[in-house]
Design a protein. Structure first.
Lengths: 206, 208
C-alpha cells in the first residue's frame, strides 16, 4: 500500500511537470549565463510592424524598442496614424508607464503586457538548470513560481525562443526568427497558450 | 557681456517672430471663406503622402508613404505602400482594413475613438474644420503656409492628440501638411504631394 502511494505521488509529480524540456537530458552548468542580444544595441532603433491578434480581433500598428541605458529600455506601440497605444519604460527591473490608451489600461491586460515586454527585453539572467537534446542547449531561470527556458541552437548558438512557464504549465513563448548578422531578430512572435493572444512583429527598414 | 546677451536675445527673438506671423481677423475670415468654398466644390482628392512619426528618443523618424483617395462627403482611403502594404477605408460608418491581404472591419457606430478619428481625418483632408466648435483654433502664417493650430476640446479626441496643426497652401487653400501632436510632444507629420482634385476615382478603389 505504501509503495502504491509513493508510485501514485511520483506519477502525479512527473505527470504534472512542465513539458518544455521533456525528453531533454540534464547537463551540469559551468560558467554559462543567459543572454538575450536582440534589443541590446543602444545605437539602434528597433522598429517593427506589429500585429496583435486577440480573441479573433486583429490590431495593427508600429512597435518600437530602444535601449537607453545599461538596464533601461523604452517600448512604444502606436497606431498607423501615430496615436499611441502604450509607451512604457523598463528600468532597473521596474517600469514607468508614460502613456497608455484607456482601452488597454485594465489590470489584466496591463499585467500581460508588462510580463511579455519585460521578458522580451531582459538581456541577462542567471541559469539554475541546464538541458540538452540533439538541437538545443536550454538554460532555465526561475523567479518564484515561474520559470523561463532559453533555447539556444546548437548549430550556431543563437537564441531561438524563450518559454515562460508556471510549475506545471507553459504560459507563453517568444520566438526569434531571421536573425541578421547584427544580431537583430527580423521577426518576433509572442504566443500565449492559455489565452487567445499573439503578437507578431516584423522589422521595418526605412 | 550684457550687450552681447541683449544682441543674442534679439537675434533669437527676431528669428522666432520672422517665421511665425499671427493672421489678422480679415485674413482669417478670407481663409475660412476660401476653405469652405473649396470644400463645397470638392468632389474628390487623389494624392500621394509621406508620413513621419517622430518619437523623441529615437535616432530617426519612422517613415512610411502611400496614396490617399477622398470622395466627398466622407469616403476616404489611406493606402500605405511603403515599407509595408496596409490600407484603411472609412465608408458607410465602418472602417475596412486590409493588412497585407488580411481583411477585417470595425463598426464605427460602436467605437467612439475610431469614429472621432474618421471625422478628424475627413475634415483634415478637406480642411473643412476651421469653425468646428470641438476645437480651440488659432491662425498664423509660417514658411509660406496659412497654419491653423487646433486644440481638441472633446475628451476622447484629446486623449489621442493635444494639437492638430493644418498647413494650407496660400494659393490653392488645400491642406498640404497635417501635424498630429501628442501630449508627450511626439508627433506624426503627414505631407501631401501630387494633389489632384475632382478627377474621377473608380469605385473599385473603395471596394473592400
Amino acid at each position: 500500500m505504501r509503495y502504491l502511494l509513493i508510485s501514485i505521488t511520483l506519477l502525479l509529480f512527473y505527470g504534472c511537470k512542465v513539458a518544455t524540456v521533456k525528453n531533454f537530458d540534464t547537463i551540469a552548468l559551468s560558467s554559462d549565463t543567459i543572454h538575450n542580444p536582440y534589443f541590446s544595441n543602444m545605437d539602434m532603433d528597433y522598429v517593427y510592424k506589429a500585429t496583435i491578434e486577440i480573441y479573433g480581433n486583429r490590431i495593427s500598428g508600429i512597435f518600437v524598442v530602444k535601449k537607453l541605458g545599461e538596464k533601461q529600455h523604452r517600448i512604444v506601440c502606436t497606431s498607423q496614424f501615430g496615436s499611441t497605444f502604450f509607451n512604457i519604460e523598463f528600468i532597473d527591473g521596474g517600469h514607468i508607464i508614460h502613456s497608455i490608451a484607456p482601452e488597454l489600461n485594465k489590470k489584466m491586460i496591463l499585467d500581460i503586457l508588462l510580463q511579455d515586454l519585460s521578458l522580451l527585453i531582459k538581456e541577462e539572467d542567471t541559469p539554475e538548470e541546464g538541458y540538452t537534446n540533439d538541437h538545443f542547449y536550454v538554460l532555465k531561470n526561475q523567479v518564484e513560481k515561474r520559470s523561463n527556458f532559453y533555447f539556444y541552437r546548437k548549430s550556431d548558438t543563437l537564441l531561438q525562443k524563450i518559454m515562460h512557464t508556471s510549475k506545471v504549465k507553459e504560459k507563453f513563448e517568444i520566438q526569434f526568427e531571421a536573425i541578421s548578422e547584427a544580431k537583430v531578430a527580423e521577426k518576433v512572435t509572442i504566443t500565449h497558450q492559455g489565452i487567445k493572444l499573439a503578437i507578431l512583429l516584423n522589422r521595418l527598414k526605412n | 557681456m550684457s550687450k552681447y546677451l541683449l544682441f543674442l536675445f534679439l537675434i533669437v527673438f527676431s528669428t522666432g517672430k520672422a517665421q511665425e506671423d499671427k493672421m489678422t481677423i480679415s485674413e482669417v475670415e478670407i481663409l475660412k471663406k476660401e476653405v469652405h468654398k473649396r470644400a463645397q466644390e470638392l468632389k474628390t482628392i487623389t494624392s500621394t503622402f509621406i508620413q513621419l512619426k517622430h518619437i523623441d528618443f529615437l535616432s530617426n523618424d519612422i517613415k512610411s508613404s502611400g496614396d490617399l483617395y477622398f470622395k466627398s462627403p466622407n469616403i476616404i482611403k489611406w493606402s500605405y505602400t511603403k515599407p509595408y502594404e496596409y490600407s484603411v477605408i472609412f465608408k458607410n460608418k465602418s472602417l475596412y482594413i486590409n493588412d497585407a491581404g488580411k481583411k477585417s472591419d470595425i463598426n464605427l457606430t460602436s467605437n467612439k475613438i475610431f469614429r472621432n478619428l474618421n471625422d478628424l481625418i475627413v475634415k483634415s483632408v478637406s480642411g473643412n474644420m476651421l469653425d468646428d466648435p470641438q476645437f480651440l483654433t488659432e491662425f498664423y502664417k509660417l514658411d509660406g503656409f496659412y497654419v491653423a493650430t487646433m486644440k481638441p476640446i472633446d475628451k476622447t479626441l484629446s486623449t489621442l492628440f493635444t494639437e492638430i496643426i493644418l498647413n494650407f497652401n496660400i494659393q490653392t487653400f488645400l491642406v498640404e501638411k497635417v501635424l498630429l501632436v501628442e501630449s508627450s510632444g511626439d508627433y506624426t507629420l503627414i505631407k501631401f504631394d501630387n494633389i489632384d482634385i475632382n478627377n474621377t476615382i473608380p469605385d473599385a478603389i473603395f471596394a473592400h
